[in-house]
Write a protein that binds this ligand. Sequence first.
Ligand code: NCD
Length: 318
Amino acid sequence: MKHLLSTRDLDRATAISILDVALDMAALGTRDVKKLPALRGKTIVNLFYEDSTRTRISFEAAEKRLSADVINFSAKGSSVSKGESLKDTAQTLDAMGIDAVVVRHSSSGAPHLLAHSGWLDVPIVNAGDGTHEHPTQALLDAFTLRESMFDDDARGKGLDGLNIVIVGDILHSRVARSNIWLLATLGANVTVVAPPTLTPPGIETWPVRLSHSLDDALEAAPDAVMMLRIQSERMKAAFFPNAREYAKFWGLTAARYRKLGESTIIMHPGPMNRGLEISGEAADSPQSVILKQVTNGVFVRMAVLFTVLTGAKGDVHE
Ligand code: NCD
């Protein structure tokens, strides 16, 4: 695997191998010295054209734990605000001799452009592009699902037969798209619950079951319910009447949480709008794995960077 651009084109064996490498990375996390020399001498640029807290910090932590040299670029305060194009930025980075780029961009397809333009010839990792894909988020979600469902013997396994409900702003969500492709590849059954206004056109061709009732979907006691953030910054119209109305029909309210079976885990990629798509009670409950998702994000990103930069598939032991 040279680049990680999407989960749609990730085959099952590669996905499982990344998750297994991430297990090795997680094992390192329990040591006194958490650092591995695997990427010593490699320079990784984090190219962030869009705001981010956890993804940016998570990639940086992953890079540092693998001993890479890290350069953080954020569009704010760079020559981008002087009108520099993606091409010129890419060629500038290439001229400096960097080894990999992690890119987040508000335009869907920007990472593909970097990977296939010939402007620079290094591995590109997509950290979220527009409403298109966010592959490392889907991989860390799959890792968290394996961890929650299989305890110690997750190695080599997919997510066959698990029932996952994804709820909310599917229309604007790259997290939903990446999860839907990866979950299907790993054998899970996905039900999508969204208001009609936030359901993407053409969803009938996706490998999901569509429902417009959150209560019905939760009644079926899924293995996991994944709540999505309402992405107001991407909304150019009114997609629902108001926050109270949204929470009532589509939110994991305290009342819905209390009815949820104990075996259903609660996921959210963050950042959360508490009180809108998820109540504090649900987010902070024992069934919530939201902070585990954050922890696992570092291991999964270590595994992805290790894989694209060393070409290695398996053993990360020194
Ligand atoms: C997501 C993103 O930026 O796509 N956040 C994240 O990376 N953890 C989801 C979101 O912003 O709602």
